[in-house]
Design a protein. Structure first.
Lengths: 342, 342
């Protein structure tokens, strides 16, 4: 982050017709955007969320109350506009793209690009990381490249604010394994109830993460190895998306626990990603706060949302747009003829 | 609030394609709206914020770092679209109305209805409540009627989500006096730095509230008396606005400390107002949390904003609209062919 632009933005904030710092975190957001765009007159006019879907071999361990085919069923729901993210994106004026980067089941009928689906399937889900690596290094890198490409394409098309989200039954278990591997916390501190695990299911999730760490522990020395061994295809794509957004110099908004696991891996791979990253919200999943603290980001919203899909990112993106509008659209004390402090 | 409609809404939430309760506070918002509209297919399509401006005699005590003429200058800024609330309302697609209910200085030039100003001036500011009542009971009631009328008119025109905000140099001191009188907390616990008071100014604010409570203490037995003696014209109008929104059965979103002081008085006058009231955000002003706790509302946002004008309400209204869109727009497990929990 260019500190000169942050200082210029802070100075500009003091000229706007409001008491100093009275817009609170909206000022911090706008100042960061000014540094990202190296401009005091940037616009956030075209927001886009990219939602990556993938399946997880670890579902064989009974880690989710939902059957695995829900991933594919929800992809169809996204394409028909019936999911929560469709509604929130509509309400907030955000474009949505849906990418199949690793769904296990065939998608019903002839669903494909004509229906809005972006088909970039690297594999039909990951393998069960309790017994082997979730992905080969090549698969992980291919999925990352999908995400990086989606971010670069968005910026190339003119998008100026990016968000991302995910769908993948079983993926809170993968995110918990990443959290434990990355932050060093105990599996029991990284695992939460996800989509609504009962006590027995929660125990199976913790056990799955413990066994994964025992199996892969020695090999989890780098973010890329963590990603390949205990991550997921959609997590790899989101990680690549963050890298692509940062290399394209675009602000990028993370969603909940799983999205933030991907963002943390991206920051682990390339620390400068943090300069472009905004933490959209805080989910009640216990691992989410640990990841945000590990990255060093404060979430914008805390609405007890734990749905994924980019839903928290969508609401936060509207706040970020409003922050930008205030920064670039407000009158100054001089231009409006308003008296300053006595 | 009709508990039958809350239960119907909760049951509907369980049918939507998401894990139970995974939209967190968005579900609570939508369920409350369903009870307000007594419908599961309500729309929040026309949001409006009404901003009330008024001046304060207590400014004579040196309670603000800004000169009193800033109130009138900011009214002009609102009409020209250059203030923070103009930008946030634009970003969030919210209509804004500006009402002069008690500005002290003449407005520059020929500013009036043709420029978008709604002129309902009851008096040229309040009197200094350190030496006499801020308003007569008749003035307070007239200002309340302005607010009630604005809410009823909005609902009559088709608005389905209301918000309100204020502008008035010196009005955090009035809000602090209301907070101390209503909640029983000490003046020093109700007073904050407002638009940026330094230590000396903060001491003058605390002293002003202490002297006001000593002078009027015995007479502060009812919300109406508190309003008239230590309130403000714009605070009375916002109080009336809440009463009007509730009697018109419209959801209404409060803003920061001063707006919430008005909302608390409205709840004190008519407890059913609470059923229609949403707390938009939490400001760092120490009295704000006390008022929200006194009413019994949890704020939606905490972005360290302390600007007023309806800025916090604007952002919260977009969240509320998104919550409504998810509730009314999402597919069900049955309609989308998505499997439920195992």
């Amino acid at each position: 982050m260019n500190p000169d632009w942050v200082r210029l933005a802070e100075a500009r904030q003091l000229e706007l017709t409001k008491p100093p710092r009275s817009l609170g975190r909206l000022e911090e957001i706008a100042n960061r955007c000014a540094a990202i765009f190296e401009s005091l007159s940037f616009r956030l006019a075209w927001p886009r969320i990219v939602l990556f879907a993938g399946d997880h071999g670890v579902c064989a361990e009974g880690v989710s109350p939902y059957p695995q085919e829900v991933t594919a069923q929800m992809v169809l729901n996204f394409l028909r506009g019936g999911a929560a993210i469709n509604c929130l994106a509509r309400a907030c004026g955000i474009e949505l793209q849906v990418v199949d980067v690793g769904v296990a089941s065939p998608l019903a009928g002839e669903i494909g690009e004509a229906d809005g689906l972006i088909s970039r399937r690297i594999a039909c889900g990951t393998r069960n990381f309790c017994s082997e690596a979730a992905m080969s290094r090549a698969e992980a890198e291919a999925a990352m490249a999908v995400g990086t490409g989606m971010a670069q394409q968005a910026v190339g098309e003119g998008c100026d604010l990016l968000g991302f989200g995910e769908m993948g039954i079983g993926n809170t278990t993968a995110a918990a394994a990443i959290t434990a591997a990355l932050t060093g916390c105990a599996p029991s501190e990284a695992v939460g109830r996800g989509t609504g695990a009962d006590e027995a299911c929660l125990s199976r999730k913790i056990s799955a993460v413990e066994r994964a760490l025992a199996l892969h522990g020695g090999a989890l020395a780098s973010p890329l190895e963590i990603l390949a061994r205990v991550g997921g295809l959609e997590i790899a794509a989101m990680c690549g998306f963050c890298l692509g957004a940062a290399s394209s110099r675009s602000p990028v908004v993370t969603d909940g626990f799983i999205a933030t696991a991907a963002a943390a891996l991206a920051v682990g791979i390339e620390p400068r990603v943090k300069d472009y990253l905004f933490a959209g919200h805080l989910s009640p999943e216990p691992g989410h706060r640990r990841l945000l603290e590990w990255i060093g980001l404060e979430p914008l919203l805390d609405l007890q949302m734990r749905l994924g899909e980019g839903t928290g990112a969508a609401l936060a993106m509207k706040i970020i747009q409003a922050a930008a509008e205030a920064f670039t659209g407000m009158a100054t004390f001089a231009s409006a003829g308003v008296s300053g402090q006595k």
